[in-house]
Design a protein around this ligand. Structure first.
Ligand code: NAD
Length: 494
């Protein structure tokens, strides 16, 4: 082994260890160019990540291609055991990985980062236990003929992840891909690559060289090279709608499967008979305010029945004002930063549009941090936009920030139509004590993940994925591994 990830003890050592490197064929490989990675809370450069060119990206794919020849021949249960061991290696380093993640994403360590590492390790362990579930079927074609289907790996998988929950999304792709017998090349997010590299290197000690490779770089160069390489048999992408569309076209030209997890504008319908306190808590957690709303499934459109609007808003205001915005590494902090200045400008553009809209109100909650060592530029207060026209851009488009739209409703048929009115279809929730309302609304809401009296928490065994322009395919669950990381072969023996 040329590296010792277990010897790394501080975030600074991690940033130095992964200075301008990719992880290819079981080793750290230096790249010619690099990209600065910033701590969004202070504005300081924390390290330099690799900026892979096409040749450097292709080297990772070639390593995965060669490794696949042997990895696919390892019995599935044995592959699962290796992934389980890799999951445990990640779990043992939870604290260090969480600190690295807090430095590079600006997410609070207590409310977000530690939990993310634990969920990522849990997802890997879940898939590690599923090796023996890769089953085909026997088919009664003829009494003296054996007819069956088997599940085979696809080959080399290209996985591309964003910065908002990079480790969970990495695990949701790497776990099922490896257990199913594929090898994989992951492109980390250039905004937040180091926690992904550390996690991958910890895992690689339990895997054959080349089974898991990680590269980093811009989407336009490294991401593009990865998706266009003819040795890639499958692309799994999580990120924005625009990039998802580009990647889907590339996959279509090559006729390879593409899974897409894209944006959302998820509605939360609060009915007159909802349990108020539970619904308010659901709005805070569902909007992912502790992640500054930077979540694809954020409950960013809250439809309140007029009869409980004022009581709900009073409780929501109290809860939002109690959230402490500050240094992501401070244990007392609930809410950290936005990822970068570009994203802050986008969010502020939406808020300014709402402020200019007659009849609408914009309310900011909580206090901006005053600590001298922090740069104020990337902190934003939780913000509620109320009483906007239904076709307003703030109601129809993903803002990806701590900004929720609150709308009133009085007619049930009308609110279901309004909830279904965007081109997204990722998640939705309904808050009611009535079983018939729950049954009716869950059937009619146009979303891939519909909940009653709760908002999304990722469970490895519960599949999720979007409808419409929120994407195609599922992640999490046995179903996701079998359907999206294997192919079915029919064998007829006469
Ligand atoms: P993004 O699309 O800008 O980038 C995502 C990844 O794609 C990055 O690694 C980037 O380098 C890469 N990329 C960019 N251009 C590329 C190209 N031409 N070819 C290949 N790769 C390319 O998204 P982001 O800003 O990092 O993430 C935020 C978005 O992700 C939001 O829209 C959010 O809703 C979505 N998201 C969806 C889910 C889900 O499960 N549905 C989960 C998390 C985030």
């Amino acid at each position: 082994m040329t590296y010792q990830p277990s010897a790394l003890v501080s975030p600074q050592e991690v940033f130095a260890a992964f200075d301008s490197v990719n992880l290819i064929d079981g080793a750290r490989c230096h790249t010619a160019a690099s990209l600065d990675v910033l701590n969004p809370a202070t504005g300081a450069v924390i390290g330099r990540a690799s900026a892979s060119n096409t040749a450097e990206t292709n080297a990772a794919i070639e390593s995965a291609r060669v490794a696949e020849l042997d990895w696919a021949q390892v019995p599935a249960r044995e592959r699962g055991k290796r992934v389980t061991a890799a999951a445990r290696a990640v779990a043992e380093k939870t604290e260090l990985i969480a600190q690295v993640l807090a430095h590079e994403t600006g997410k609070a360590i207590r409310t977000e980062c530690r939990g993310e590492v634990k969920v990522a390790a849990d997802i890997l362990e879940f898939y590690g236990n599923l090796g023996s579930e890769l089953k085909g079927q026997t088919i009664p074609y003829h009494p003296r003929m054996l007819t069956m289907t088997t599940r085979e790996p696809l080959g080399v998988v290209a996985a591309i992840v964003p910065w908002n929950v990079p480790l969970v999304l990495f695990a949701l792709k790497v776990g099922p891909a490896l257990v199913a017998g594929n090898t994989i090349v992951v492109k980390a997010s250039e905004e937040a690559p180091f926690a992904t590299f550390l996690m991958a290197e910890l895992m690689m000690r339990h895997l054959p060289a080349g089974a898991l490779n990680v590269v980093n770089g811009t989407g336009a160069v490294c991401g593009d090279a990865l998706t266009r390489n003819p040795d890639i048999a499958k692309i799994t992408f999580t990120g924005s709608e625009a990039v998802g569309e580009t990647i889907n076209k590339i996959g279509a030209e090559r006729i390879i499967p593409v899974s897409l997890e894209l944006g959302g504008k998820s509605p939360m319908i609060v009915c007159a008979d909802a349990q108020l306190d539970k619904a308010v808590a659901g709005a805070i957690s569902g909007m992912r305010f502790t992640r500054q709303g930077q979540s694809c499934t954020a409950a960013s459109r809250i439809y309140l029945h007029h009869s409980l609007h004022d009581a709900f808003m009073e409780k929501l205001s109290t809860a939002l004002n109690a959230l402490r915005i500050g240094d992501p590494l401070d244990e007392a902090t609930d809410v950290g930063t936005i990822i970068n200045a570009r994203q802050v400008a986008t969010i502020n553009r939406y808020i300014a549009l709402a402020e200019k809209t007659p009849g609408a109100t914009v309310t900011r909650f909580g206090k901006m941090p005053e600590d001298k060592h922090l740069s104020p530029d990337l902190f934003l207060q939780p913000t509620i936009l109320s009483d906007l026209p239904d076709d307003h851009p703030c109601v129809m488009e993903e803002i990806f920030g701590p900004v929720a739209v609150v709308q009133r409703w009085s007619d049930y048929e009308d609110v279901i139509a309004r909830a279904n009115s965007t081109h997204y279809g990722l998640a939705a929730s309904v808050w009611t004590r009535s079983l018939s309302t729950a049954l009716d609304s869950t059937a009619r809401l146009n979303a891939g993940y519909v909940q009653v009296n709760q908002n999304l928490t990722i469970q490895p065994n519960v599949s999720y994925g979007g409808f419409g322009r929120s994407g195609q395919g599922k992640e999490a669950s046995l179903e996701a591994m079998v359907e999206h990381f294997t192919r079915s072969k029919t064998i007829v023996m006469n």
